[in-house]
Ligand binder design. Structure first.
Ligand code: LLP
Length: 457
């Protein structure tokens, strides 16, 4: 039932009113008999069968995004690692898919590492991040034989060296550099500026000192550098600027330390469309800018072109996912606004409360009707700020409707929580008319599992 990407334009014509949402929905989206259909699966029937709230992800869209990264980076340079950033969304099936597509994985905690290893992910293809890795985590990484550890502080360098030497390991490391670039994005997800808890500042000379110490310390193999300037970035110039800066630094390392930088990891950050007017750069444009810029800058400095890595998270999964809810209470406050409350909220998607993020919603069982009303989609939590969509267009909502919030594939499930002891939704993957759980819905037993009932004496 699902349509291949090439058939996307005809689907637009059928979609009438939801047509404007195509740029934020999965590539297999169709409207059939007024119902939203993704991956050949009717979202209304799925909601009734699997229950709501529910995260739904389209496997084909994820695969397309991974393959686009592979294609449009390796088109310009053979040696590029696509390192999927697991923080955007991770479960074992996802790790397995990333591996099947020939990509590497970025983990940023012992927990993410455990999931990857449990899925049989080849540890040599794992990159490890974190500004405050614990000894336990570093030991887990060394013992698993991870490919690269991205070091973030002088203190970590010393500890990692000791732990590696104790185990007779020489660990390849990347030094994370804060290039002093202000990426054009939300303050909370901007990471490359000088005032950042991440990395070694370039302008203060810390980065050069970190490279010197890495080279000098036993048990560490200086493989290269890492930068990550932020997330949800639309302006490709921010990446270009960071690349100019970091390649100049590679030249400085070559001069000052006399060591070759064999790998340059430029992090993630490519933005995606959440709303109708959003027009992020494509993966093709991003690949060209990043890879060509690195090659050009290296040529300018007379440097050999290093192996490269990019670490996309959001742009792999955001538009592959939607969240389905059932509409409950509808409150119309005359002259103020209409609240449409759903059976989830800030526990399954905190991005609106946290970053004032913009989302689009539609009613899955009225997908062919115009979104003529304006409604605020509110959650069921005990907070006024528990809003998923503020004053957005929506079809006329009724109790029992299945409401779909678009583009929730990244940083929704991974940031989910049990506030108000809400059980977290499960994650369903859809493909060619079939659906399956990849993360099951939580139950009250899951809430009780960690609760040690030590009765009051
Ligand atoms: N590499 C590193 C070292 C990162 O810290 C991140 C994201 C990525 C790669 C992936 O970046 P992406 O391609 O997804 O932009 N919770 C926030 C996003 C935080 C991003 C953290 N780091 C949000 O929901 O917008």
């Amino acid at each position: 039932m699902s349509k291949p990407v090439s058939q996307r334009p005809p689907a637009v014509a059928d979609m009438k009113t939801a047509a404007d949402l195509l740029n934020v929905l999965p590539e297999t989206t169709e409207i059939i008999d007024g119902h939203l259909v993704i991956g050949g699966v009717d979202m209304v029937a799925l909601a009734h069968e699997a229950g709501t709230a529910l995260y739904v992800m389209d496997e084909q869209t994820i695969v397309t995004q991974l393959r686009d990264y592979v294609k449009w980076t390796r088109y310009h340079w053979d040696e590029v690692d696509i390192v999927y950033a697991g923080k955007a969304f991770l479960c074992r099936t996802m790790a397995e898919l990333v591996q099947r597509e020939g990509c590497c994985l970025d983990v940023s905690s012992g927990g993410e590492l455990a999931i990857a290893l449990s899925a049989g992910f080849d540890s040599a293809n794992i990159y490890v991040h974190g500004n405050n890795k614990t000894d336990t985590e570093l030991i887990e990484c060394l013992e698993a034989g991870v490919g690269r550890i991205v070091v973030d502080s002088f203190e970590e360098l010393e500890r990692l060296s000791t732990l590696a030497v104790e185990r007779g390991i020489v660990q390849p490391v990347l030094v994370r550099v804060t290039p002093g670039i202000e990426a054009d994005t939300h303050d909370y997800i901007r990471t490359g500026a000088e005032d950042s808890k991440f990395g070694f500042g370039l302008n203060q000379g810390f980065a050069l000192e970190a490279v010197k110490r890495t080279v000098a310390l036993e048990g560490l193999d200086y493989e290269g550098l890492h930068i990550h300037i932020g997330s949800q970035i639309y302006a490709l110039q921010s990446f270009s600027e960071a690349i100019r800066t970091i390649v100049a630094f590679i030249a400085e390392i070559q001069r000052e330390v006399g060591v070759e930088t064999r790998l340059l990891d430029t992090g993630g950050g490519l933005g995606v469309a959440y709303g109708v007017p959003d027009e992020p750069a494509t993966i093709q444009e991003y690949g060209k800018v990043v890879i060509d810029d690195i090659k050009e800058e290296c040529a300018k400095h007379g440097l050999p072109v290093p192996r490269m890595a990019v670490e996309p998270g959001r742009s792999i999964v955001a538009n592959a996912g939607v969240t389905l809810y059932t509409v409950g209470v509808i409150k119309e406050i005359p002259g103020v606004r209409t609240y449409v409350s759903v059976d989830g909220g800030m526990s399954d998607n905190i991005r609106t409360s946290l970053y004032d993020a913009h989302y689009e919603a539609l009613i899955a069982n009225k997908a062919d009707r115009p979104r003529t009303t304006t409604a605020t989609v509110a959650g069921k939590h005990c907070e006024s700020g528990d809003i998923v969509v503020s004053d957005g267009p929506l079809q006329e909502a009724e109790v029992g409707d299945i409401l779909c919030v678009c583009a929730t594939g990244a940083y929704a499930q991974s940031l989910s929580n049990n506030y108000n002891k809400q059980v977290r939704p499960g994650v369903v993957w859809v493909k060619e008319g079939q659906w399956r759980w990849v993360v099951r819905r939580e139950t009250y037993d899951d809430l009780l599992r960690c609760d040690v009932f030590d009765k009051v004496q």
